[in-house]
Design a protein around this ligand. Sequence first.
Ligand code: ATP
Length: 322
Amino acid sequence: MAVTGLVKSYPARRARRGRAATEAVRATDRVDLSIRAGEVFGLLGPNGAGKSTLVRQLTGLLRPDTGRIEVLGHDLVRHPDRASRLLAYLGQESSALDELTVSLAIETTARLRGRDAEHARKETSAVMAELGLGSFADRALRRLSGGERRLACVGAALVGDRPLLVLDEPTTGMDPLARRSVWAAIDRRRREHGTTVLLVTHNVLEAEAVLDRVAVLDRGRVIACDTPGGLKAVVGDDVRLDLVWRSEPPLNIPEVAALREHAQRTGRRWTLRMPPEEARTAVAAVTGGAAFAALDDFTLATPSLEDVYLALGGRGEGLVRM
Ligand SMILES: Nc1ncnc2c1ncn2[C@@H]1O[C@H](COP(=O)(O)OP(=O)(O)OP(=O)(O)O)[C@@H](O)[C@H]1O
């Protein structure tokens, strides 16, 4: 899949009937992306960066001002109607199938994607088992909790064997168990079916395990694009040390007082970023002596995609490596 020079602007609006005026925004600003077949590709970026606007153009739901979108040899700007045959899209909004039961919603989706009745039924029960949806099978989507409904919508996105899955925040509102089943299902589609997946997510830490490459979007522009490993090189070798104190940190201990200077403090938690050698000394200091009694928990971690994401903070020019 290739995107070239994609631009989409939302026009300015004058204030009207209690609605505030909005300025014109260039939500996608000359975006170029090339996603390989069979790749799980992540789109990261802060709120309002343009991620949803970008994927809605890729799915034929929103017409770009200019630019090209090519999916499996099809020009989706010229033929947006072809998108529904090539890809399954899970948007942020709730589904149009809200009145149906979970099993009927998934089965209907499979039928709409061309499965015969028997195949659709089989595929529905397989996906429901895979995602742990069995106990909700006969409940209407609109009577489920937010996380449960989201999981059912993921189920619907997975049937019909579309070669491209476009998933916008698939795990929103889900508990850890449900999230895990979604990541596993995505990984399985890639491994067993060679499915290409475009994933928008804020759940950077969890998604990292399934992502082959990542683009970071900021104010409509791609400011970085690389493998998770390549992006992590941006933050260097620094490791992250998290210290959680039971109550007040023992500042009378000189080593603790020294760490306080560099710590980012959130409630009882101190977060420090430092070279591995310094981190080892710091861990020895807080776990060896009197400080240990005051410590509730600690973790030492190598850089994650989340660290990259935070470190980029809009200063990522020149990091794009396709
Ligand atoms: N229908 C619309 N009309 C006008 N402006 C819009 C519209 N939809 C989005 N925008 C603006 O376009 C920009 C990009 O929005 P978009 O929803 O694509 O961001 P996002 O990266 O998906 O954010 P989030 O992480 O919060 O979902 C934002 O500045 C947003 O305010």
